[in-house]
Design a protein around this ligand. Sequence first.
Ligand code: KIV
Length: 311
Amino acid sequence: MSLTTPPEQSRSENRNAAAPTPSFTTKVTMPALAEMKRQGKPITALTAYDYATSRLVDEAGIDLILVGDSLAMVVLGHDNTLAVTVDEMLHHTRAVRRAVRRALVVADMPFGSYHGKLSEGVANAVRFVKEAGAEAVKIEGPRTELVRALTDAEIPVVGHLGLTPQSVHRMGGYKVQAKTAETMLQLRADAEALAEAGAGAIVLEGVPREVAAAVTADLAIPTIGIGAGPECDGQILVFHDILNMTFAPHAKFVRQYADVSAVIRDAVERYREDVEHRAFPTDEESYHLPAAARKAAESVLVVPDDSSGKA
Ligand code: KIV
């Protein structure tokens, strides 16, 4: 352990020991999220995928930034999340890592990167920590053996239950899950098993409010909801959804906080018009030669009169 490592980041401490709740300036850690649950303080989470937007999200005080595999859809234009590769996810996670100072950076393990042998899942997760600076990985489904193996390898894990987008073909579409007594009990059992295996938090997606509330009350680790109602310990949404940058009808649970598409369209159209009308750039937006250099330039170049800016 480095002597400069703050106590709450020490790996040698007891995993269950209380960590201070993060303030607006202290680094958010996985144990700090559990402490927020204990204190009833809502956890704020949002996805982000690049340097500029991650900086803004971090500076706005969001506690957890997920480099979600949703980037396959909202950044890369795929129809679902299945096509994105480990290398693409690593590329985006590195950019986010360079931007973020305070939030916990969680990388989504993409489809296929943890569905085979346990050792492959662990090796891929190690890449996210070692090569991209992730502080935790997120995996979908009740994969308790893998969660245990990752925890043993010192890699914090966020679980993901309910509507798991990587299972879109098995589910037959993006459908709210855990609506029958049997599937509700299964969801609660899966959540308990993930917590028992060492998961530090669980994303609950597309689950009836009542079920998410009961599971949240049942667990010692935090739940982070998306389409799972207000009783979850935290909430997460997709960055592009809250800013109207997804070009698709929004799900019921999405709240749009700004129309960034409109702002970008307007700015780009005004720029195009200015260029077309020669209104950009102006003389003030141009560099000039000093008088002596202009004379020298005129002896070797044909310099149009009106380029002096002194029309
Ligand atoms: O990939 C993603 O963005 C997610 C969410 C929980 C929003 O998994």
